[in-house]
Design a protein around this ligand. Structure first.
Ligand SMILES: Cc1ncc(COP(=O)(O)O)c(C=O)c1O
Length: 383
């Protein structure tokens, strides 16, 4: 049975072009980039070429790209690395209302170490409540962390406005943005956003899993998480994953090149999906905020009757792959705090399915999915 893959916010298949770029570094080009002989130099040059590609995609200087083991590590590096100021382990950290677990859980750990944590709020339209931010930011704030695109709703948040507020109200604070669901979907520019750092991850854009980056806008006193041989300018020690880094670079290049076409295609397919769901009835689309502030590839749905997990398995058995809430929480039974922050009741949150498209998703796939959802409404709505 062919699979219709609509879980692209969780991960994406490795693109063939990316695999082709990586293959030499998994085979004959196996040098350690820290070695000074020719093999090492070739590996180092491959990493530096990628560093330039990633930097170009976000308007940064290549030297300020720090490769990490993925988005989670990049977010942790920003959270810990930018809030620790020398021996000082105090101050307030402000985090957005819908942050990924890699920010939220890190904030919990930092609270145990002495920091106080402020949580942002959504306004009734589903966007970031900037008045509330203004009240909560102060000269005590050492770090502000706000995602650019929600992995659960696809909402685009006004990070540039928040960064402006932070500069005025919290001049000591570093401003970090998780841009993991924005890469390849929005034009990214560190200076336009006004942030100090951005986190990126390769596997959301057809690159390999287990590689990402923290990109800095300027030289900041960033404390490393991992100490050792001093790779990545001493900010992330450990022999680099050369093949994955090269794959990341190729994926970024392709994602930026194809961004316009992918967005257009996803907008059309989202409309097809939403209109089809309206015809079926019973399934509610969670589309907070206005269309302009929506990454079109992510749509959360509240399904009727049986819990979302039951829907997921029925869809899976009929060849349609989606996820329940956030994939990073899929193995946990706890209700997503992000859905609760968005004003859903615990009961509604258990009914949320996330559908996420890519530039490769087709109209036929959406039609087939709508057909399957229509059948399931009849079978599951009254359970
Ligand atoms: C918004 C967001 N931040 C961070 C991450 C974590 O990235 P990674 O899977 O590369 O650790 C994800 C992945 O789901 C994400 O969607």
């Amino acid at each position: 049975m062919p699979t219709i893959y609509l879980d692209n916010a969780a991960t994406t298949p490795l693109r063939e072009e990316v695999l082709d770029a990586m293959t030499p570094f998994l085979g004959e080009d196996w040098g350690n980039p820290s070695s000074v002989h020719r093999r090492g130099v070739a590996a180092r040059e491959a990493i530096d070429r990628t560093r330039a590609k990633v930097a170009r995609a976000v308007g940064a200087q290549p030297a300020r790209v720090i490769f990490t083991s993925g988005g989670t590590e990049a977010n942790n590096l920003a959270m810990r690395g930018l809030s620790w100021r020398g021996a000082q382990r105090q101050g307030a950290i402000w985090i957005g209302p819908t942050e990924h677990a890699s920010i939220r859980a890190c904030a919990v750990a930092l609270a145990e170490e002495g920091f106080s944590i402020e949580h942002g709020q959504l306004d009734p339209s589903g966007s970031l409540d900037l008045n509330d931010c203004e009240e909560r930011l102060s000269s005590e704030t050492v770090l502000v962390s706000q995602m650019l695109v929600s992995n659960e709703f696809g909402s685009i948040y006004p990070v540039d406005c928040l960064a402006g507020l932070a500069r005025a109200k919290a001049p000591e604070a570093a401003v970090h943005a998780d841009a993991i669901q924005a890469l390849g979907k929005l034009h990214l520019s560190l200076s336009q956003l006004g942030v100090d750092s951005l986190s990126l991850s390769a596997h959301k854009i057809g690159g390999p899993q287990g590689i990402g980056a923290l990109v800095l806008a300027r030289d900041l006193p960033l404390r490393p998480l991992v100490f050792g041989g001093g790779q990545e300018r001493g900010l992330r020690s450990g022999t680099e994953n050369v093949a994955a880094i090269v794959g990341f670079g190729r994926a970024v290049e392709l994602a930026v090149e194809e961004q316009g076409a992918a967005l257009e295609s996803m907008k059309v397919l989202r409309k097809q999906l939403v209109e089809g769901l309206q015809k079926i009835g019973e399934i509610e689309c969670l589309e907070p905020g206005d269309e302009e502030m929506q990454q079109p590839g992510i749509l959360s749905l509240v399904v009727p009757g049986a819990p979302a997990e039951v829907w997921l398995h029925h869809l899976d058995s009929r060849g349609v792959v989606v996820s329940v809430g956030s994939a990073c929480q899929a193995n946990k039974k706890e209700i997503s705090p992000v859905l609760l922050a968005a004003g859903l009741t615990a009961g509604q949150a258990r009914q949320v399915l996330r559908v996420s498209l890519s530039g490769q998703t087709t109209s036929d796939e959406i039609s087939t999915t709508l057909g399957v959802l229509g059948e399931l409404v009849k079978e599951l709505a009254s359970l």
